[in-house]
Write a protein that binds this ligand. Sequence first.
Ligand code: GTR
Length: 385
Amino acid sequence: ILIQLQAQNSEVANYDEANVPAYSLPDLLKTTTNQEVRTKTAWEKIRRPEIIKLFEENVYGQMPKTVDRLTYSIKSGDTQAMAGKATLKEVVIEVVQHNRSVKINLVLFVPTKINKPAPVFLLINNRSKDNTDPTRTHKSDFWPAEMVIDSGYAIAAFHVSDLAPDDTVKYVDGVLQLYPEQLTANDGMRAIGAWAWGASRVLDYLEKDPVIDAKRVAIVGHSRGGKASLWAAAEDQRFALCFSNCSGNTGAALSRRRFGETVSRINTVFPHWFAKNYKKFNHNEDSLPVDQHMLLAAIAPRGLYVTNASKDLWADPTGTYLALKNAQRVYALYGMEAHLPDHPPAINQPILNSPLGYHIREGEHNLTAYDWSNFIKFANAHLKK
Ligand code: GTR
């Protein structure tokens, strides 16, 4: 009896493939009125907007549509950063709405050796601020700025806490103060929506900086930041490339598999991440009008690279690969055949020669130099053309 009670009260994560329930995914290429989507025009005009709307209403919440004023100021700079290999700019992006404002602090290194506008990797930093230390006293593989600069890319980052602190109570102390209507709406955005929205405000700035090629901005995120990088790229088609590292549940993994982290678990432990409406789907994944393959497909035809780590079953590597594989149909509408094999590749065998890239890295849940080295290769293939 005791064991039964415990099972009811605390959800036990499933890590057994045999216990993945039978499920059927919503059809990517059928509209809500049951029309077949056969062309990229029908996809772009009808189905893609429908899918974005479904994610806004049911999962991530609405994005604020207006900004009263955006200003950019350079807080500090160094033309001799990284022993002369890069120029550093620390930019403050101030967003003003309803006479309230938030400041997004951007750290940006641009390679000095290239004399045309540079493509850039923009990280949504959800970990320690030390990871993106502008002085380079502290260096981290989470944001290996020197390696990226040596590869001919600019590298930038902002911290999620500038938009919405990652805390069940304090998340309101940021951009949600500017858009209080989001807090009362059942489909209002919460922290993950705020981080994705912030990425777009950074892109607004990058479009104004002449040393950056704003048509070649890659958005990068790890785990909860990787959920936000997907949502940012789906919402904002100006992002040229998307990297989502170990993003798991409500990131790149299929929710219906209920393998590792589940919708009810994520909504319970992180009630400040998604719209209120998303809680309706706790223990009720089959009634979601979307699954995560649809989010990935919304990034088409832009390059998308998704990863897992071999010891990170919580993020459901198989369910992640299946979501990616299911998204191929939309790339095919653009004449882009992804040719993903039926089964995930072996550990440390990246798929780079496809618009839908993937690897499963040996090791733990983290963002590492190995992950970044593949991001650079994928970007070389997709952005340097
Ligand atoms: C976990 C959470 C995951 C993932 C991860 C992270 O606790 O369950 O969804 O976001 O944190 O961000 O590292």
